[in-house]
Every structure is written in C-alpha cells, then in structure tokens.
Ligand binder design. Structure first.
Ligand SMILES: *Cc1c(COP(=O)(O)O)cnc(C)c1O
Length: 392
C-alpha cells in the first residue's frame, strides 16, 4: 500500500533480490565511515575493530545454519560460493574421484560450473525431477558409484520454490561416503537449516536474498568430516587462503546482521508469508484455469509459480506495470528460450509462456497482495476476452 502511494510498483520479485532491511543498513553505516579499517591490518586499532566486526558476523552466519564459525568462509555471493564448492572439491579430489551428481533444475551458476568441469574431464550425472520438482532418492542412490566425490542439490528452487529433501539426501550421501553440497540461497532464513542434523558438507549463501546487501555471501565448509578444496583465487591468505582478498567489512557486517534478524524472525515471518501466498493463490484462482507449477506442499512460503490458461505472461507483465513480478527466473530472462526448470517438470512450452512467478517478502503487506490479486484477476479476464474477440 505504502509503495503504491509513493507511486512505485508493488514488489513481488523477492527471489531476484530483497530490499536491505533498514536495521541492516544501520548496522553497516559505521563501517563505511569511522570504522573503515582493513580487517586484515594486524598492527593497529582500525584493523582490530574491523576484524572483530567480521568475527561477530561470522558467528551470526554460522548460527543461522547450525555451523561452527570457523566453517564459514565469506565470498561475494552464492554464484562464487557455488563455483568454489563445485570446482574446488572437483579439482582437489581429481584423479581419485571424478564423478559428481547434481540435478537438471539447479541454478545456472551451478549448471555452468558443472559444464566447465565436464570440459576438464569430470563426469556429471544430472538427475531429473518429477512434476512436483523433486528428485527421486532411489535414482540418486542408484547414481552413486565408488568414483562419486560430490552430490550437489539445491535446497529451495529459485523459480518454483520447491524444497528438496536435503536431510534424506544427506543421510544417503553420508552412508556412501560422498560429500553433499547445497545451494541454500533461497532457503536461508526462510526454512529451518541445520547443516549438522542434515549431514550437509558444503552450503552456499548470499546476502541479497535475505534482506542483506548485494555482493557478499558465504560458503560453509564442514570440518567433520573435513572437506578439502582447491581455492579459485590466489592471494594474500585471507579466509585461510580458501578465498583470499580483502573482506568488505560493511557488507560482511550487514550480511551478519541480516542472518541474525532472519533467524530471530523466521518462524513468525514464514507463517505470515505462507498465509499471504495462499491468499494470493485463492484470489487469482477465482478466474479459473490457474495451474500451480511444482509441488505446493513442499514449497518455500514466499513462492508462487502459476501458469494461466489463455494468457501469455508477456502480455500480463506489459499490462501490469504497477506490479513487479517475473516470468521464469531473472537469471534466465535474458535468454529467449522458455524456462529449463519448467521444462524439467514437464510443463509444455505454451504453459511455460504463461507462467508467472511471485516472490513475497518481508515488506509485502496484505493490502499489496489484495491489490495485486485484484489487478491480476482484472487483466487475466481482459486478456482472455481480447483473445476471444480476436478469434471471432
Ligand atoms: C540468487 C541465487 C544465486 C546467485 O546468487 P548471487 O549472490 O546473486 O550470486 C544462486 N543460487 C540461487 C538458488 C539463487 O537464488
């Protein structure tokens, strides 16, 4: 409501990025100005002050996922964390184990890292998913061989929001002595994560999907059992040389604060978002011919992905400039082809072209959802009737 009054579209694209929480901004500000020290300056107060702030943030990030602080390595975001996990582990164990198992609906930064590794000689198995968007655990188990070093399966899918059974996957991987990596960019602070209970060895996070700043993230690297990996960069030894480079203290502080707030408010906030998401679905269901893509039950609370019969997503987006939502994922919308994720769950091209993704977030209000639902119902009806008249 407030946003519409200010004349800005209602923001329903929280999978692409989230606004930085003003509490996070406040926590960051001093580290741009008076507390500007290089956290790696070991000889004076400015360095110590920044280093201390970095270590507080490391604890905050660790706490969100049930890790130890010394298992958290700061990076520039989930793309880098995924690259580091996949290429780092593959290259370290190369020659001894040369097989990775992943899934066809992973984020493009995981898939592209794997394509790169295939060109380096790794063998990669891409598991398929059912129409619910979930992998088959039996298929996973059957794919594991003595040559398998790593399984990489995302926790929450960024287009359709489905939650993979990571704890079960973890049990399986542990039983076979295979490392498990999960891209949890869309899961952290939205659903409960505990790397120890879930037997996860590597986990990727990013600040800008949980109300922290862009340009900072982390890779959790488990120490029990110890995962070894080859760094992507060469440098001055920061982050135990796993990820050298000067840490951006203000971003790290903001990321830590965002994790702390996310953890404290997760239960209540997820319940609220689930209710708002269901309200949005109920209301747009009134027009009929709405199909939810992927499992509705195993889904992160802020996600809704639907195909609308008789209306192209392109036309609805053009007709609704007062709503900010997307079709497919922001990362793949630069390419013309329809979403590979929707194709993987068996959605036809026509349905994919009528798919809408809504991402609700911390600052989404019920008034905004009601407004969005009314506008959608109105424009879906209008687009369909224009189409009918054109056909007559
Ligand atoms: C956003 C996102 C990424 C990329 O994260 P960046 O921090 O923007 O690099 C990776 N994986 C998933 C699932 C995402 O949603």
């Amino acid at each position: 409501m407030a946003d519409r009054i200010k004349g800005r579209p209602v923001y329903l694209d929280n999978h692409a990025t989230t606004a930085v929480d003003s509490r996070v901004v406040q926590a960051m500000l001093p580290y741009f100005t008076e507390r500007f020290g290089n956290p790696h300056s070991a000889n004076h107060f400015y360095g110590w002050e920044a280093a201390e702030a970095v270590e507080v943030a490391r604890e905050q990030v660790a706490l969100l996922i049930g890790a130890e602080p010394d298992e958290i390595f700061f990076t520039s975001g989930a793309t880098e964390s995924n690259n580091l996990a996949l290429k780092g582990v593959a290259r370290f164990y190369r020659g001894r184990k040369n097989h990775i198992i992943s899934c066809s609906t992973e984020h493009m930064c995981v898939l592209d890292s794997l394509f790169h590794l295939e060109r380096e000689g790794m063998r990669v198995t891409y598991l398929t998913v059912g129409s619910d968007g979930l992998i088959d655990l039996k298929e996973l188990e059957a794919a594991i061989t003595g040559d398998t070093v790593l399984v990489s399966i995302m926790t929450v899918q960024n287009e359709i929001g489905v939650i993979q059974p990571i704890a079960e996957i973890g049990t399986l991987c542990r039983a076979h002595g295979v490392f498990l990596h999960t891209d949890a960019a869309q899961a952290a602070a939205k659903i409960m994560l505990d790397v120890k209970a879930m037997d996860v060895d590597l986990l990727s996070l990013t600040g800008h999907k949980l109300y922290g700043p862009m340009g900072v993230g982390a890779l959790y690297i488990g120490q029990k059992p110890r995962v070894r990996l080859e760094p992507l960069f060469s440098g001055g030894g920061q982050e135990k040389n796993i990820r050298p480079g000067t840490l951006p203290t203000p971003l790290v502080v903001g990321f830590g604060a965002a994790c702390e707030i996310g953890r404290a408010e997760m239960d209540e906030e997820s319940a609220r978002l689930g209710r708002l998401r269901d309200r949005l679905l109920d209301r747009i269901n009134a027009v009929g011919g709405i199909h939810v893509n992927g499992s509705l039950a195993a889904r992160a609370p802020g996600n809704l992905n639907v195909s609308v019969e008789g209306a192209r997503a392109e036309d609805l987006i053009a007709a609704l400039p007062d709503l900010a939502f997307s079709t497919g994922s922001a990362c793949s919308s630069v390419s013309e082809e329809s979403s590979y994720v929707l194709r993987a769950i068996g959605v036809s091209n026509e349905r994919a072209e009528s798919s809408l993704r809504f991402g609700l977030g911390r600052f989404t209000t019920q008034a905004e959802i009601d407004y969005a639902a009314d506008r959608l119902v109105g424009e879906i009806t209008a687009v369909r009737s224009r189409k009918r008249h054109a056909a007559e």
